[in-house]
Design a protein around this ligand. Sequence first.
Ligand code: ADP
Ligand code: ZN
Length: 642
Amino acid sequence: MDSLFSYGNLGASDDAPGQPPATALEALRTVFGYDSFRGQQADIIDHVVRGGDALVLMPTGGGKSLCYQIPALVRDGVTVVVSPLIALMRDQVTALRELGVRAAFLNSSLGPAEAREVERAMVQGEIDLVYVAPERLVTPRFLDLLDRTRLALFALDEAHCVSQWGHDFRPEYLQLSILHERHPMVPRIALTATADVQTRAEIKDKLGLTDARVFLSSFDRPNITYRVVPKKSERQQMLAFLRDNHPEDAGIVYCMSRNKVEEVAAWLNQQGREALPYHAGLPAETREANQDRFIKSEGLVMVATVAFGMGIDKPNVRFVCHLDPPKSLEAYYQETGRAGRDGLPANAWMAYGMADVVMLRQMLEQSEAGDSHRRVERGKLEALLGFCETSDCRRQVLLNYFNETLPEPCGNCDTCLDPVETWDGTIAAQKALSAVYRTGQRYGAGHLIDVLVGNATEKVVQQNHDQLKTFGVGKDLTKVEWQSVYRQLVATGLLTVDLEGYGGFRLTDAGVAVIKGQRVVKLRKDPVLERRRGVHDALRRHTARGGSVGGGLSGEGVSRSGARGTLSAADDALWHALKDCRTTLAKAQGVPPYVIFHDSTLLEMVAQRPRDHATFAHLPGVGGRKLERYADAFLEVIRQHG
Ligand code: ADP
Ligand code: ZN
């Protein structure tokens, strides 16, 4: 029984069973310890409590879980939550039990006796939520169990898993319509953070939710600061970024290949930054152990391929770095979206350079997809490159891609914070393009730049390229500037990459039009030096405002203008002491620290310094159960820090 009931048991069942909360607001306050609903939560919960079907489209960190957890408490009967990953179920159930909610899961990690115990609790109505893997759900045994259980609600989490085109496709999701066929009176709520329109339509269709009310939230993540920096020495750049901004925070670094994951993780450790690798080539036990450590520790860096991420509920991932470009803007949004779930400031940082652009173009050229599919791929690539190369607000570009309009520049991305200059690069582009043309459309940037700046290397001389008209016509720009020009020419499709030979550049029709003077070229001026902003630890910056740290996705709690400052020494000492207290409690129970309290709750303790239970109870994230269990320990720490 250990894995299921290892801390506490079925939630509150050891206490005299309390009265279930009568209203949604009461549940929010007494169980979850929050004052008010966010965004559309109140409407969604109201609709579902009344028995309506709902499709909830809300970004990561938007607060989807409450949308079914609260109806589960208010409605009579058992809520069945379909969830695709064991780790996800475990984390959710752990967090719910901490709150005193009667929750359990049923999946392959349970032994038969444990599973039977959960089944019994369902039939007896001793449980409010049960998380189930989709493959178990559709078994005759489970369907029979459902027939004998009083059901409150079906919640279909990560509903995009039903999409065959997405990378999280789970065939069993296609069978979930059986729930509605067998239990037409039980309401259903499907939830996803997927931003793309096609997948949304597919969810409705495949899950038979055509009549469900759709709740669409903004997909903006205002607390995430987006940055894309030109690559020079990517590791050093990243290390500097981490030192400046996240000296002790947890985060994820995405790389494309398994080898690179291993190398970067090892290198970070050498640099004194604790890091672990994660990719599909590692043994399952190693992957699981590394993931577990990431979730349970405070300042660890996970270096990973895209195999890592789905089902990571850790709310205080403070940064997501990309050392290689993501596959698409959808992927980028999803990967960076793992930062800052708790609504506190977080960073999305990408290093991007010429080699990446060339590689992406090559991948597209090599793709064996049919014509129409290829057009889609091309469109996605152009969108991604457009995002990387933009001199406009990155958030506007990103949201626009998901058909959402942000009326004003966001003020919280690199191009807003450090506006990028653009210049009329038509003449430079003509020179760069004619160098390609005159050398026979066979060479990459290195050789072409030698020709442009008049560098008579052995190769240049050997090929007689020092005799060309373009030899030396580009002395007005530095090598680095020419790199930037070529990168942008490839990114904007004026050049393409030859697949035969050595990846040399070739002109496209658009490129020819530039040479002929039929087209102007606007280029961005890459920032020469990355400016080191004294932002430091995002959390500190945040408390320095002196205000409440709540707000989350509503945007109010988020400093957009880059308010700066640091915690005072006393606050800093208290903050670390509170974190230590949390770690000790978490270790004793074998749960992740954030399950005890989120960072935002600890930061409120620093800001408000509650002295007694009454004031402690007002902190966001402190419900009845947590007040009872943890107030004394944290109040003692606060007392010691005067
Ligand atoms: P999602 O599942 O949409 O990614 P979660 O349900 O994990 O988001 O919620 C994100 C964070 O916001 C969690 O830390 C959660 O406790 C917090 N949260 C959700 N709703 C509220 C609310 N009404 N008030 C304060 N915090 C909230
Ligand atoms: Zn912006």
